[in-house]
Design a protein around this ligand. Structure first.
Ligand code: NYM
Ligand code: MG
Length: 217
């Protein structure tokens, strides 16, 4: 029996500071892809449903304390534990739309004192390489208009500013296919931009092997 021509799905990531609209846009993108007849599923990190994810969730909700390096490694471990599932779905031709990935991991931890970008990137090195990472860019004034921050750890404007600067450093990395999305537009305008970029890479990804994040030849 001839093997089916395998067309893998694309790995698409949405990043940005809190309240940029990532979750809303991930959901809309999955819906739009499905309506175009393209298999797609949403994932999010942290995935709070696993044992590791529950440790992370308690930490974010300030119900527990974790040492800073330790929680960084747990966020990374939470991605690695999902890699077999991700690879399987991609191989099945399913496009994965992911709400945060290793870039949030690096940006949030390296915004803490004493953490280098380099150290923070190490544990996630070798994860499946996204075909596209869209950064939802929102200026701080615009963000402030979207209402109060939640009560979780990191949800202060001072920390978010530091995180934004770390994202900007990460976006200089040419080995990652970054696209900056103007998230100050209305929801439909942002969605149109995201959908256009996504449809572009879904076609290209079908004929390209899945890469490894931050691995230099
Ligand atoms: N976060 C998220 C990290 O600090 N490291 C990571 O690796 C990831 C994926 O957790 N403030 C932070 C960013 C957010 C919080 O929030 C998760 P949400 O609302 O579940 O995306
Ligand atoms: Mg959030």
């Amino acid at each position: 029996m001839a093997a089916m021509a395998s067309k893998r799905g694309a790995l698409i990531v949405l990043e940005g500071v809190d309240r940029a609209g990532k979750t809303t846009q991930c959901k809309k993108l999955v819906q739009a892809l499905l309506q175009s007849g393209l298999p797609a599923e949403m994932m999010r990190f942290p995935d709070r449903s696993t044992t590791i994810g529950q440790l992370i969730s308690a930490y974010l909700e300030k119900k527990s304390e974790l040492e800073d390096h330790t929680v960084h490694l747990l966020f990374s471990a939470n991605r690695w534990e999902l890699v077999p599932v991700m690879k399987k779905k991609l191989e099945q031709g399913i496009t994965l739309v992911v709400d945060r990935y290793a870039f949030s991991g690096v940006a949030f931890t390296s915004a803490k004192p004493g953490f280098s970008l380099d150290w923070c990137m190490k544990p996630d090195t070798g994860l499946p390489q996204p075909d596209l990472v869209m950064f939802l860019q929102l200026n701080p004034d615009e963000a402030a208009l979207r209402g109060q921050f939640g009560a979780e750890r990191y949800e202060t404007s001072a920390f978010q500013k530091a995180v934004q600067e770390k994202f900007e450093q990460l976006m200089k990395d040419q080995t990652v296919n970054w696209k900056i999305i103007n998230a100050s537009q209305n929801i439909e305008g942002v969605h149109d931009d995201i959908r256009t970029h996504s449809l572009n890479v879904i076609n290209k990804a079908q004929t390209m092997p899945l890469g490894e994040l931050w691995k230099r030849a």
